[in-house]
Design a protein around this ligand. Structure first.
Ligand code: CDP
Ligand code: MG
Length: 748
């Protein structure tokens, strides 16, 4: 309600204003549970009690504390049902009837392939069964997830079921966030974290069971894990290995792991009616919104919830805004519609919300990325709206360039998505593409990530695990040789590998950082330029995973003004990020300061956490923390030491060409502080492909730095300023002329 007041132009101090804005998402759901429908839903105890309390604490505040009826009901339902209900629910999951035979199978076999429909209870139940059967007496049970949100939310759920505090017996570990303790016996983690654990504990001796979950997702890290855990299992007969998944080619997995056990958990799937559009949709986002509203208006509200698959945070926020606007216009003419966004970087407090049962008389619309395809099960979904797209990383091994693309999904994905609607009763799926599109345009299954991504990160990791011969590495699906070569080449150029393909001292230091090699290199290089203090702040700011600035629709001018302060002197985006961090630090990390400057408090806090960890790692690799705040050139040279492969040169009409691959045309992202400045030579942090290829986080450099910093990679003629001459002669002009070390590297 406060938010609405605000919009009506009420005078509020900036802190209340931002607080209202930031909490708005949380409030939307909880108001329904807390104030409007004072009667709590019957199965209230079913959800994460802790988190609801915490949400309600924030939202309801003093307003409802004296609302006796509410309080009483809250206490009663809390005491009465919470745990009992959870325990009862555990027994209704499909996997429950297979508990004994599953335990028997684990006893008899070392490696088991488990296949079961999404929602059958694999992730939450199987580790608990093994714990109950005593496996945790010998070590932890580790369960990997490709997505951090899934690791966190599943751990929260399981700790609830076990009646323990999250972080005690049940914990999770994701990058930059370790929520485990000495007590932890069930550990949910991202696949990347288990991969990093190999560095310190190559035989995984603190684990008695490793469950590689969501195996069908075939993320790059999961694929690498396959090979590593398979190898550990050979040396450790006492280690149990579970490979679990929704649908997968079980035979292929069985063959790869040399397992003789495929354990199938038959799902409960109700029929799903599939609907296609008659003609392809021009604007799938709008079509999705219209479809959702149509369902909501024409179907009885108690009927079931809606799940919409979108491609990312931005799209989800747009959809949220439009839906909010349109439902508000319809006012009381329609039943209540509760909007639940879910995407990778969604703040923890809001994540719990999507699992809250829908109150009587209302309907939930879950706006989700692919995370809801198999990683998370949301009960009560009856309608699925599938625009048919997903955001995928794509990689051009020829140029070594990586970018994010919105791409059509595969048939396997489409069917998984449709299946989400038939879990609790017959469902309906609305595909926003034609039946012809489905049958003739969609691939059968998604290409494993290992075949379409930059491998530099894992190659560095494998090299530091002491795996020298990548050509003979036991991949389930081999990555293209070209991509392996590119990764080796990049690591060589960054100085992480020598020309024999062996890890260098620099490479060893880089591998300590849980970051992309270019980012790690930038940190390691900061030692030379005596600015490690500044560089870890920049690295942390680049790693928050969410935007730093916030730009409310009705305050754009103010927000942009505030932002431009940090860009004063056209210092570039990296230095601007540093300025933001330092200014915040100077105010003793003041929240008020964030409000006044339209900076996201949450992102800043995360940056501070990450920075603290990077600082710890600096110590570990014996890099002194040195500050050199006024020498912007030194700071930018340190950045360029990692990012020199991402250099671009201005062309006519404001576009840029990659220096190394002149055939690649890119642009400065409109959100960059340099978007109007258009410096001649720039480096960028990442490339995002939407309508065009956009460079995000851009800094100006001097071309001669490229040769100075990366003489293996650039030659003088690559960086000659041909401004006065004609356009570059295109293709191949800047190709590497020095002897390619790659043949040696491959053998190494
Ligand atoms: O792994 P699988 O897809 O087989 O199922 P699961 O994740 O173990 O989920 C089993 C049930 O737990 C789901 O049907 C949800 O009702 C519930 N669950 C939940 O309420 N909250 C979570 N964060 C995860 C699961
Ligand atoms: Mg699961």
């Amino acid at each position: 309600e406060r938010y609405r007041d605000l919009k009506d132009g009420d005078k509020m101090n900036p802190s209340a204003e931002q607080e209202a804005w930031e909490d708005h998402q949380i409030r939307k759901a909880t108001l329904k549970f807390g104030s409007k429908n004072k009667k709590l839903p019957e199965n209230y105890g079913f959800v994460f009690e802790d988190q609801i309390e915490c949400i309600q604490g924030q939202v309801i505040g003093g307003e409802h504390v004296d609302d006796e009826a509410y309080q009483e009901e809250h206490e009663k339902s809390k005491a009465k049902s919470a745990h009992k209900k959870l325990l009862a629910d555990r027994k209704t999951l499909p996997v429950y009837s297979y508990r004994e035979s599953l335990l028997k199978a684990v006893e008899d076999h070392q490696v088991i392939i488990i296949v079961g429909e999404t929602g059958s209870g694999k992730t939450t139940q199987i580790p608990q069964y093994l714990h109950e059967a005593g496996y945790t007496k010998r070590g932890m049970i580790g369960c990997t997830q490709p997505r951090r949100v899934a690791a966190m939310s599943v751990a929260a759920r399981v700790s609830q079921e076990m009646g323990v505090k999250l972080g005690h017996e049940v914990g999770y570990s994701i990058r930059f966030e370790d929520c485990t303790s000495d007590k932890t016996v069930l550990k949910y983690m991202t696949d990347g974290m288990l991969l990093r654990e190999f560095l310190s504990e190559p035989n995984l001796k603190s684990y008695s069971v490793v469950m590689v979950d969501e195996a069908h997702e075939r993320t790059l890290t999961t694929d690498i894990l396959f090979s590593l855990v398979k190898d550990v299992a050979r040396h450790r007969p006492d280690l149990k290995l579970l490979i679990s998944s929704a649908t997968l080619d079980a035979e292929k997995f069985r063959h790869y792991f040399g397992s003789d056990m495929i354990f199938e958990i038959p799902g409960r799937q109700f029929p799903v009616e599939i609907n296609y559009t008659k003609a392809p949709e021009v604007d799938y986002l709008d079509a999705a919104i219209v479809t959702a509203l149509q369902i909501h208006v024409t179907q009885p509200p108690g009927d079931g919830d809606i799940l919409v698959f979108l491609t990312g945070q931005e799209e989800i926020e747009t959809a949220e805004e439009i839906l909010k606007h349109r439902t508000r216009r319809l006012g009381s003419k329609i039943a209540e519609l509760i909007l639940c966004p879910i995407y990778a970087n969604l703040p923890t407090e809001i994540q719990a919300k999507i699992f809250l049962p829908t109150p009587v008389g209302a309907r939930k619309v879950v706006l989700a990325t692919n995370i809801a395809e198999t990683s998370l099960t949301i009960d009560g979904i009856k309608y699925v709206i599938d625009p048919g797209y997903v955001k995928l990383k794509s990689y051009n091994p020829r140029t070594g360039m990586e970018s994010l693309h919105v791409t059509p999904i595969s048939k396997a994905s489409a069917n998984q998505r449709a299946g989400r609607s038939g879990r609790t009763g017959p469902g309906k799926c609305f595909r926003l593409y034609t039946a012809y599109n489905y049958s003739s345009d969609l691939d059968d299954s998604t290409v494993p990530e290992i075949k379409r991504t930059n491998l530099a990160n894992v190659v560095l990791c494998l090299k530091s695990l002491g795996i020298p011969d990548l050509l003979n590495f036991d991949f389930m699906d081999r990555p293209p040789d070209e991509a392996l070569l590119k990764a080796l080449e990049l690591l060589y150029a960054l100085g992480a590998l020598n020309k024999h393909g062996e890890l260098t001292r620099v490479g060893r230091k880089m591998a300590e950082f849980p970051l992309d090699p270019m980012l790690s290199k930038m940190i390691v290089a900061s030692d030379k330029y005596r600015c490690s203090d500044e560089i870890i702040s920049i690295a942390a700011m680049l790693s928050t995973g969410s935007s730093i600035f916030y730009r409310p629709k009705d305050k754009r001018v103010h927000a942009d003004d505030a932002r431009s302060n940090f860009h004063m002197g056209n210092v570039g985006d990296h230095i601007a990020l540093l300025k933001v961090y330092n200014s915040w630090k100077d105010t003793n990390f003041s929240t008020q300061w964030c409000y006044e400057n339209y900076v996201q408090v949450r992102s800043m806090k995360r940056a501070r956490d990450i920075r603290d960890q990077l600082k710890g790692l600096l110590e570990r690799v014996e890099i002194e923390l040195t500050s050199n705040p006024d020498d912007l050139e030194a700071i930018k040279k340190a950045i360029a030491s990692g990012y020199f492969p991402h250099s671009a040169k201005l062309q006519m009409y404001g576009s840029y060409r990659s220096v190394k691959h002149p055939q690649t045309v890119v642009h400065i992202h409109p959100s960059s502080g340099l978007a109007q400045v258009l410096p001649r030579w720039v480096i960028y942090h990442e490339l995002v492909e939407t309508s065009k290829g956009y460079m995000r986080q851009v800094s100006e450099i001097k071309p001669e730095w490229l040769v100075e910093i990366a003489p293996h990679y650039y030659q003088l003629k690559d960086v000659e300023d041909l401004a006065s001459k004609k356009m570059p002669r295109g293709r191949g002009r800047a190709e590497l002329r020095s002897v390619k070390p790659t043949t040696v590297l491959m053998r190494g």
